[in-house]
Write a protein that binds this ligand. Structure first.
Ligand SMILES: C[S@@+](CC[C@H](N)C(=O)[O-])C[C@H]1O[C@@H](n2cnc3c(N)ncnc32)[C@H](O)[C@@H]1O
Length: 284
């Protein structure tokens, strides 16, 4: 039996009403897209709007919901579609692309890396960081650049996810490397991933920043703007020389910069990839 999906583009303020309407009309499941970021290759809401999607077992119920939604909510866009069954494990694999950044190649284990690169194999599982997201590749470039001039540097990777940035640093000649993440699943997966890449000597844990002895020559944090701002005092304390922040959307750059300038950090560079920006700072 094929499921039907009904997508409604509505003003953000009407998102809750849209969810209620879809549920009242018999939707068995809901999806709300109202924020920043989101999965690659998935349609994003227009500014000021949210996309609310209801999943229906019966075509007639979905069609009735569409009619009601059009008259009550006046969506800017409404679409009824049959949900095509996919093999998600294969679909996921199709989305993961290997990346080459400076001396690094990062890709899934089923890809063949090119010769002459420092290779990392990251299996897409339940943690963020396969290398192909702009925020990760922006950070990989910063890691390559910094370690090129600072062999043996100590590195702290906050929000390590799969561990990709910490591994890249180690493979490019870092000394002490510490990776931390507040998601225990990410920490376990990062440990597995370190083993799969035969990388030793990295301390991976869920320790909060206050419990990690610093400072570090290079501190990396690819998280999200609001978390970076909240962590600014603790993060800045861990920096001996260079701080690299990512997970920030271009319009959020000044607000994040101000939070770190207030902690005594000096902005020294920025790099942009699409809607994402990387912010580099030095300890003066
Ligand atoms: C965007 S992912 C980055 C993963 C990887 N470092 C990369 O560059 O691809 C952000 C990670 O930060 C973690 N995180 C979020 N808030 C955190 C916090 N307050 N402390 C530590 N880690 C955090 C999340 O669990 C997630 O794994």
């Amino acid at each position: 039996m094929a499921w039907m999906s009904l997508s409604l583009d509505v003003k953000k303020a009407a998102a809750e009403a849209a969810q209620e309407l879809l549920t009242d009309c018999g939707a068995a499941g809901l999806e709300l897209r109202d924020g920043e970021g989101g999965m690659p290759n998935v349609r994003k809401p227009n500014p000021g709007e949210a996309i609310v999607i209801g999943f229906f077992e019966k075509r007639a119920a979905a069609a009735a919901a569409l009619k009601k939604a059009k008259s009550v909510l006046r969506p800017s866009h409404a679409e009824l579609e049959e949900v095509v069954e996919k093999d998600w494990s294969e679909e996921w694999k199709r989305l993961i692309r290997p990346v080459t950044v400076g001396r690094l190649w990062v890709g899934p284990p089923w890809e063949k890396p090119p010769k002459g690169k420092v290779c990392l194999f990251i299996e897409p599982k339940m943690a963020f960081g396969t290398g192909d997201h702009p925020t990760t590749s922006l950070c990989l470039a910063a890691v390559d650049d910094f370690l090129g001039g600072h062999p043996g540097a100590s590195v702290l990777d906050v929000g390590t996810g799969t561990g990709v940035l910490a591994f890249a640093a180690k493979k490019l000649g870092a000394g002490r490397v510490v990776g931390t993440d507040n998601d225990p699943i990410a920490v376990e997966l990062a440990k597995e991933c370190a083993e799969e890449n035969a990388i030793e000597g990295i301390a991976l844990s869920g320790k909060p920043l206050e419990a990690i002895k610093g400072p570090f020559d290079l501190v990396l944090a690819n998280i999200l703007a609001n978390t970076l701002i909240a962590l600014a005092p603790q993060l800045a304390k861990k920096v001996k020389q260079r701080l690299v922040l990512a997970g920030v959307l271009v319009p959020q750059a000044d607000e994040v910069t101000a939070a770190f300038v207030a902690e005594g950090m000096k902005p020294v560079g920025r790099a942009v990839d699409g809607e994402w920006i990387r912010l580099d700072f030095e300890r003066p």
